[in-house]
Design a protein around this ligand. Structure first.
Ligand code: FUL
Ligand code: CA
Length: 692
């Protein structure tokens, strides 16, 4: 009897000892809140405030609060739209740089209480937080410390006032999942900048919302990923070194924010904020410029598909509603994402790995296809290179591969490759760097029976939760509409032999519309809508709208500098070529001028400035003045000492309407400063006029 007992005891000890321990966490790891946050993947940003009504991106803070008067505000419509779009939360600009508060704050005199909306009795945060609860969405707030209205801004007292403001918001509207801190820091009403007390601000957040994720350039909950165009780095580490860094200009370079730091000290994953329109705030001018489905899908793959969360801005309109153009596009986007990832072709298939941890089944490769994030395949600690093969059973069409690391144990993989079985060998499909929480590879459809994934380099043994293999529907690529200096329009397409149809009266192109055969003249401007058709119209692209003003056919530059960066490059209708001044001279300081002879006298309604589109910010104009002249000698100022708002982070084409029309034969753009400090030169991709 004793013997038997001993035997049972010994063998059960053996069993316990044989159970392989999971890998130890590697490097910085996420908090449980950060893991939950990452799993949200996609949520809505809403920019709303006086700017919605004044066509501005950065209000000055001196706007009459009564301009804020949405006629039919319905926060439930916003929440319903977000929910139907598959989003998990809404973050709203409770206070933007103009200082206007969307709730009746005790600490400001520039709020909804002073507005015309609901006779000053309304509270947007109340309505939205309630609507989010009703629709099962999380609620988040954006608050800009930069305040162009508050009289105390720029004084030491302001820090406490901002802390009180935060306190008010974070204690009045229930749970806040994310606190969004804008790093922009400019002058207040007294011309001064504020030294922010970030420790104080963070303390307030954690006091009321201990589980909130704090967004800022440098976290600590999640980080800005360095641009506003929706493109996270192809290499994207969720870890970042922030010791010694601060916000705004004290932040790590945008390039570092874009990719994170390998082996960074803190877990600060990337959030990709981008607007569905060219600007962050609603403007009727952009109703036709909602990003295309193709563009949104590209953004999806470069955000969620690159280990980032997608915070998609949908600006609420002057009515206080999400505009139908935006919601229609959101639904198309949702439908395409769902269709693309509907069926995981790897699910339940046989997966064989070159190695798995301790030869213990709990770490075997079948965990990669069980649909559970919490089960994973991993190897012995010493193994940094390994591969696994998913056997699909028979050759099938595929075009997407999704990989996920189990991030509670840290981000490990440095490079990996994917290959497809051709019938007698594995052929390369793609080779990439990081994986992180989710990595989506997009490739042209191929037919294969087996996919092999090889981890080439990893900072510790790889730990992978899931692989997904999909066949996403292919979107027919959109036509591109371009116009040259002479005003000739070309419509091109990547598709072989498409039938391109277009309209010039604003209507939707159909199979009955004019067929594009050869470049045509469109020098006076207007709107072209083009669409490609194939298979006799059975399949079609999206409709691409392209608006043009007067072509610069007759224009010339006065006193053009010769050479590579000559000013004529700003009026050649090609946004890829840029005018850039004075760089070689080094010493030539601002101002810089661009003088254009329009070749005829025109009645101008405004002008446009397209900053360089090559991803560089060198010479992008910040402050400027604009003059007109009928004879080229006597100049009349039309806009003086103004600035393009948010142009550094969001370098889209700027439209500057004049308050009164101006007769002019000559125009002069005077660049007064660059978006970069200590930079002597100015640049422009295009300068144009508004006459239509
Ligand atoms: C930037 C701001 O300056 C923009 O206006 C916008 O709010 C964007 C999300 O963040 O820093
Ligand atoms: Ca799993």
């Amino acid at each position: 009897m004793k013997k038997i007992l001993l035997f049972v005891l010994v063998s059960s000890i053996r069993l316990v000892a044989q159970k392989t321990a999971p890998p130890a966490p590697y490097g910085a790891v996420p908090s449980p809140q950060q893991v939950q946050w990452q799993q949200m993947e996609y949520y809505m940003f809403i920019h709303f405030g006086p700017n919605t009504f004044t066509n501005q991106e950065w209000g000055h803070g001196d706007e009459d609060p009564r301009v804020f008067n949405p006629s039919r505000l319905d926060a439930r419509q916003w929440a319903r739209t977000a929910k139907a779009a598959g989003m998990k939360a809404i973050i709203i600009t409770a206070k933007h740089h103009d200082g206007f508060c969307l709730w009746p704050s005790k600490f400001s005199k520039h709020t909804v209480r002073e507005s015309a909306w609901k006779n000053g009795q309304g509270d947007v945060l109340r309505e939205l937080s309630n609507a989010c609860k009703e629709y099962g969405l999380k609620f988040g707030v954006y608050l800009s410390p930069w305040d162009r209205n508050h009289p105390a801004y720029g004084t030491p007292e302001y820090n406490q006032i901002f802390a009180n403001t935060l306190n008010e918001v974070l204690s009045s509207y229930g749970n806040v999942f994310e606190q969004w801190f804008d790093g922009a820091n400019g002058e207040g009403p007294n011309g001064k900048r504020q030294e922010y007390d970030w420790n104080l601000f963070r303390g307030v957040v954690f006091k009321h919302q201990p589980k909130a994720i704090i967004f800022s350039d440098i976290g600590p909950g999640c980080r800005w990923m360095g641009n506003e165009s929706g493109i996270a780095g192809e290499t994207n580490w969720s870890t970042l070194n922030t010791d010694g860094f601060g916000m705004g200009s004290a932040a790590p370079s945008t390039q570092v924010l874009n990719t994170g730091n390998e082996n960074g000290k803190y877990w600060i994953p990337a959030e990709v904020d981008v607007s569905i329109r060219p600007g962050w705030f609603y403007s009727p001018d952009t109703d036709d410029r909602v990003k295309t489905l193709t563009h949104l899908m590209k953004i999806y793959y470069s955000s969620v598909g690159r280990n980032g969360n997608l915070l998609l801005n949908v600006p609420v309109s002057r009515e206080g509603l999400i505009h139908p153009n935006d919601s229609t596009r959101l639904m198309e986007f949702r439908k395409t994402v769902v269709e693309s990832f509907k069926t995981n072709l790897a699910s339940g298939k046989t997966v064989t790995a070159t190695a798995f941890r301790g030869k213990d089944k709990q770490f075997s490769a079948s965990n990669l296809v069980d649909g559970k994030y919490d089960t994973y395949w991993t190897t012995d600690d010493a193994v940094r290179q390994a591969s696994f093969v998913v056997d699909l059973g028979k050759p099938i069409d595929i075009n997407r591969v999704v990989l996920q690391e189990y991030i509670p144990l840290g981000q490990r993989v440095k490079s990996f490759k994917v290959e497809a079985w051709s019938g007698n060998e594995f052929i390369p499909v793609d080779q990439q760097t990081t994986i992180g929480y989710k990595r989506i590879l997009v490739f042209p459809t191929l037919k294969t029976a087996k996919i092999r994934v090889t981890i080439l380099e990893s900072n510790a043994c790889p730990v992978l939760s899931e692989i997904g293999i999909y066949k996403a529907p292919e979107l027919l690529s959109n036509p591109e509409v371009a116009r040259n200096k002479q005003g000739m329009v070309t419509i091109s397409s990547e598709v072989a032999d498409p039938v391109i149809r277009y309209t010039t009266d604003g209507s939707e192109p159909t199979l009955a519309s004019t067929r594009y055969m050869a470049p045509f003249s469109f020098a006076k401007g207007g709107t072209i809508k083009a669409r490609s058709f194939i298979k006799n119209g059975a399949e079609s692209s999206e409709t691409i709208p392209a608006s043009f003003d007067l072509a610069p056919e007759k224009w010339s530059v006065v006193g053009d500098e010769s050479g590579r960066n000559s000013a004529s490059r700003a009026i050649d209708s090609n946004p890829k070529t840029i005018w850039q001044t004075g760089r070689q001279e080094g010493s030539k300081k601002y101002p810089h001028e661009l003088v254009i002879d329009l070749g005829e006298t025109l009645t101008l309604k405004g002008f446009t400035y397209t900053p360089r589109q090559d991803g560089q910010s060198g010479g992008i104009i910040n402050q400027y003045s604009f003059f007109v002249s009928e004879n080229g000698t006597d100049w009349k100022p039309v806009v003086e000492n103004s600035a393009f708002a948010n142009i550094r982070n969001n370098p889209v084409k700027q439209q500057v309407p004049f308050s009164n029309t101006q007769k002019a034969r000559f125009i002069k753009l005077v660049a007064l400063s660059s978006v970069n400090e200590n930079e002597n030169w100015a640049s422009a991709a295009e300068v144009g006029v508004l006459v239509n």
